[in-house]
Each structure stands twice: as C-alpha cells, then as structure tokens.
Design a protein around this ligand. Structure first.
Ligand code: XMP
Length: 513
C-alpha cells in the first residue's frame, strides 16, 4: 500500500516542524518543504494534503513569500495557518488587512462545530493567536467558520474544494483542541488512513540510506548518546560493515558508560559494524592537568577530541560519507527553508575539517528528541540507552569545578551513579528533566566515626526544562534526597558533604562548571 504523505509548505513560520510532528502524531507521514518547491515537484510526491505555515510577513510586502495560484487547482486539500490563511484568502480574492487590534496569546474563539475542521470541538474553544494582519473578507465561495470579538474571520472554509484556513495556530499546545482540528483535517478531510508508524520511518530510512550509499564507506562518531546511537544503528541496519563507528572514551564519561557503549556496539554487541574504541583517558587527564578555568577545559576537551578522531580517520583513509546524529532542535532553520545552518554538536563539531569525505548524512534531521527515542525503540536499542539523560560532549569535565583529576572523576562518577540509581528506584527518572551530581571544589571539615575528615562536597542538581534555555530546580522529595546523601557519604570515599542546588537558569546554568 502506498505511503500517505501530507506536505507542510514552509512560509517562514516558527512552528513548521511542530506542525509536521503533530501530523505524524495522527499517524500520517509528514515532511516540511520550502515554499520555493515547484508545483510539479509537489504533485510528483502525490500528497494527500498540504498545510501552509505561518510566517512573519504581510501578504502585501513585496518580498513576502507567495505561491502560484495553480496550487489551488491541483485538487489537493489545503489548510492555511496564520500567514498561510491570509495567503489563501489573498490569492483567492479575499481581503487581508492590518487588524485594528493585534491578537496575541490565549484567545477564546467561537467555532462552527458543523464545519468538518471543527467536528468534535467545543463551540467556544481556547486557541493561540499571534497576528497583526487578519482576513477582513473571506474569498467568494468560502464560509466563515470561526471568529473572535476582534477577528471576524478566525477560520474559513470552502468544503467543496477542501480548502480550510485558521488565523490561530492549531499545532501549539496552547490551542486546547488543536490536535482534534489537525486530525479532522488529515483524516476526515484529506481522507488519510492514518496507518503510518515510526516503524515505517525506520524501514524507509534504511531503504533510502542503502540506495544512496551503495557500496560506499561511512564513518560515524559515536558518543553513546541517544542521537548518535540511533543514527549508527540505522546505518548499521542499512549497510552493515561498510560503517565504521569511532567511540572516543575520554575518561570523562559516567560510571560504566564506556563499557556499556562497547557492550552494545562492540564485537560482542548486537549490530553489524566496525567498532573502534579509543581509550584516550590518560591523554585527556594529562592535557587537563592544572587547568581550572572552565572555558579552557572545554577547549582542551574539544580539541583533543578532534585530534584523537583525526588520528583514527587517517588510519581508516578516505570515506564517502560522515554520519551526524543531528536532530531537529540542533538545526537552525534559515527561516524559509532555503538553506539551513547547523549548530554543530559539541561532540562532533569540527570533525568535517579533519575527515576526508564527500558528504554528510543526517538521518534524524527532521525528528524531535522523543521521536528519535521512538525510532530507537523500533530499532531494538536497549531502553536504558534510549532514555539516557542528555550528557554534554565535554562530559564530567564540566561537572567538576576546578582542576580535573582522575581521582575527582572517580568521585563524581560514583556519586552520580548513586544519585541516578536512587532517582530510578523512586520512579522519578522519566519525569525529571536533567539530573546529575557535580563536584564542587570545596573541601570542608567533617567527622566520621571518631575521625576528623577534610573532604569534598558533592552538589546534586535536578532541573525541569522544556528548552534547556530556561530551567527550574526540580522538587525532589526530601526522603529521596536524604537517602542519596546518606549513600554518597557512606559509599563514596573523599566526600563528607552533599548539597542540593536550587538555582534556576537564568541566572544559573544547568551544568556545573
Ligand atoms: P547549560 O549548562 O548551558 O546547559 O545551562 C544547557 C544544556 O546543554 C547541555 N550542554 C552541552 N551539551 N555539549 C553538549 O552536547 C556541550 O558542550 C554542552 N554544554 C552544555 C547541558 O547538559 C544542558 O542540557
């Protein structure tokens, strides 16, 4: 059976990938395409529906993105959102104006529940608005299907042609019944079966990678994190031993992590690939000796990673492709989908300069983190790896204040291990954002048995965050904190004090450096 596709046509809005993701949540495959894609190309893809995104422009700006009118004659259902709705109105002869009152934020909208887009939606429903222009007059053949006191055409529809438009954003979670609207569009209006699963993405990606790579050689820098692991497994399933993964153990990983990565990807693991583990621990400790300043440490760790990798790459020789586990949040869109600049992942940034390759492959580029996790589970990657905490490229190097030494690394590894174990035992592991132990550079006096101690203080950190730009300290139950504290003091040599960091970001940062 042919795979059904809905295309999100990108007019520069900030929620484009989110729309695509919501459609995929309706079990319909969806991809974002730039508005510069020709109608012929779109038709060739045979989409069941098209969604025009929002965008920062006014349809009257000369430079604003438009689309040829013929798209409305292609017989494909179209949903216009925000700017996309205004573009639909404007192109089809309606009237778009600067609204006398801009609307921004949660807005109660009255909808016509007999309209197909609003089937099953409450008559008064809270939606997310963000606009300065609005549709003053719907085009001929359209009926107005929603309004607010200041927005006469909050939604419009031409059911015969299956054209729908909303001034508000159904894709954002603030629009309470937005998912129902999107489901109505893709399932009821476009007539999709809704039988797509992440498993199909995995199968199709493997097939496409196989076709693209042929008998070429591929190199992957494996960090053991979720993204590079999922990317590596996809490649391994596609091309087996044509893939070489290089895993650099810099001695700044969490307890047992290096061995865990090797157990999964190494010769005794579950995948067919060439696995190279570089045990560079001592090299890093030597370089970091006496260095206290956090940026200096980061620089050394980053540069050393490149050097180690360069040496390995030289041994391997030229390859055809370099794989990166870039995921959507790492991709900074140019705004109009014409070109995208990639925020290089700290783990692999700089690698393209030292590897002799033809092209970069980024199989996870369009996925959000939780979709990557789903793909990982589909691929049979162990759960503990799929749900692994985000871990910075420079590793424990930025969770130790002051000089990094092997002794300090051991201390923080043990403390962090206990902390994570107790959090998991308390059933808090999937609910918390990011949590870890850091080592302060503070030593203080304590008493243990009949002896005086003069040891380090561990700082426990746990934050809730949705974007990692802002974060709040998590409320961990006291009994869990007590248990962790007791265990760390009793089990980790060199620690006599444990503290809990309550600082938010800003003014703090999440990491402890
Ligand atoms: P901060 O400490 O800046 O951290 O509040 C925000 C998020 O970014 C992660 N982080 C990094 N991730 N390489 C990475 O791959 C890095 O160099 C790096 N520094 C910070 C941090 O773990 C948190 O999730």
């Amino acid at each position: 059976m042919e795979r059904e596709l809905v295309i999100v046509l990108d007019f520069g809005g900030q929620y484009n990938q989110l729309i695509a993701r919501r459609v995929r949540e309706c079990n319909v495959y969806c991809e974002v395409k730039p508005y510069t894609m020709s109608l012929d190309e779109i038709k060739k893809m045979n989409p069941k529906g098209i969604i025009f995104t929002g965008g920062p422009n006014s349809v009257y700006d000369e430079a604003s993105p438009h689309y040829e009118k013929a798209i409305f004659e292609a017989g494909i259902p179209i949903l216009g959102i925000c700017y996309g709705s205004q573009l639909m109105a404007y192109t089809l002869g309606g009237e778009v104006k600067t609204a006398p009152v801009s609307e921004y934020g949660h807005t109660e909208v009255t909808v016509d529940t007999t309209d197909a887009l609003f089937e099953g939606v409450s008559e008064k429903t809270v939606c997310w608005m963000s606009h300065t222009d609005y549709i003053a007059q719907a085009p001929e053949g359209f009926k107005v299907t929603a309004s607010t006191p200041v927005c006469p055409v909050a939604a419009m529809a031409c059911p015969e042609k299956k054209f729908y438009a909303t001034q508000f954003h159904p894709e954002v979670m603030h629009t309470k019944e937005g998912m129902q609207m999107l489901r109505n569009f893709v399932i009821n209006i476009c007539g999709c079966r809704g039988d797509w699963q992440m498993g199909s993405f995995v199968d199709e990606t493997i097939k496409a990678l196989r076709e693209k790579i042929g008998d070429g050689k591929v190199l992957c820098a494996l960090s053991g994190g979720v993204d590079s692991s999922v990317a590596a497994v996809l490649l391994s399933k596609a091309i087996g031993k044509q893939l070489t993964c290089v895993f650099v153990d810099h001695g700044l990983l969490r307890k047992n992590e290096g061995d865990e990565v090797e157990a999964v990807f190494g010769p005794d693991g579950s995948y067919e690939l060439n696995f190279i583990r570089v045990n560079a621990q001592q090299r890093y400790y030597d370089k970091l000796k006496g260095v206290e300043e956090p940026e200096a440490k980061r620089k050394i760790i980053g540069e050393e990673f490149i050097r180690v990798f360069e040496e390995e790459a030289k041994k391997i020789g030229a390859v055809d492709y370099l794989v990166q586990g870039t995921i959507y949040p790492d991709v900074i869109e140019s705004g109009l989908g014409k070109s995208a600049t990639i925020k290089s992942h700290h783990n692999v940034g700089g690698l393209p300069d030292v590897v002799d390759f033809k092209e970069i492959i980024e199989p996870l580029r369009m996925l959000f983190k939780d979709e990557v996790r789903k793909a990982g589970l589909e691929l049979g990657i162990p759960e503990y790896l799929v749900y692994r905490q985000p871990f910075p490229g420079p590793g424990l190097g930025i969770r130790i204040i002051g000089e990094v030494t092997e002794e300090k690394v051991k201390i923080v590894q043990e403390a962090d291990y206990i902390y994570r174990e107790e959090i998991a035992k308390a059933g808090l592991d999937k609910g918390l954002g990011q949590y870890f132990a850091g080592l302060t550079n503070m030593r203080s006096v304590g008493v243990m048995g009949d002896f005086r101690t003069y040891d380090y203080a561990i700082a426990l950190r746990a934050v809730n965050t949705s974007d990692f730009m802002t974060a709040e300290a998590s409320e961990i139950p006291y009994e869990v904190l007590f248990k962790v504290t007791n265990r760390i003091i009793n089990e980790v040599k060199g620690v006599n004090r444990v503290m809990y960091d309550l600082t938010s970001k800003p003014p703090g940062t999440i990491e402890f450096e």
